[in-house]
Design a protein around this ligand. Sequence first.
Ligand code: CU
Length: 272
Amino acid sequence: MAATSVLTSTRIRYRRDAERLTPGQASDVRAAYAGMMALRDADERSYARFAGQHGLPLPFECQHGTPLFLPWHRAFLYFFERAMRDRATDATLAWWNWATPEDENGALPKLFADDETDDGEPNPLFSATVSEQALAEGAQGGQPAPGPSTLRRPGIGGRRLPRASEVADLIEIRDFQTFNNTLEELHGQVHVWTGGHMGSVPWSGFDPIFWAHHAMVDRLWRLWQIRHGTPGPPAEIWSQALPPFAMNVAQTLDVTLLGYDYASSTASQAVG
Ligand SMILES: [Cu+2]
């Protein structure tokens, strides 16, 4: 499991901090999302198709509150990122480092928070259209969407993001199940802090920030794996499938075999 044991010629692509992208990297991310959003909903590479796999339209496929939480979302991001590269060859996911210093309130990364790009173009990472089918099913099921396009209410009601110290403590937890549960809890706080569509499972996948949030979650699992030298999930679940993805738990354990890693994750343990 240690990075040094990986004998592969696969080219590793690095996911980066959303606040530290070059202008070219930022425009690759925007082009990838915009390209996916331009595809018809029925296209399996479309933004709406991926967003809907998490919640509405039915069925709900995401795994929360189970040991499959981290593997399932790792597979989800892997296939989403492949669809991104299909639209913009050099694009990779960017992560939102929501670990906030003690004396700060925290904020969304500018890449996702600005409604326009520096050139005055609409920013596809600011908001996405919710698919018609999801809107209809939500209305029918008594769970209407907060709006036909995604919106956020960051920090409303005095809520706060997880502290950098909490994230540092998280990485030190030895027991995987405790780590998994604590990470899922912190992850839930970020959904609630962001608000709007992100605050509810049926809709959260539609907000462009969802993917950056979950890239951070996935990165913390990767940092934990490096810190403890073990993949985490108990061997009994390694053969479990992760529908709708053609992947099982074992295939999610080593990110380098999936062809990616997190910038700096092997060089530094810093998570703040
Ligand atoms: Cu989530």
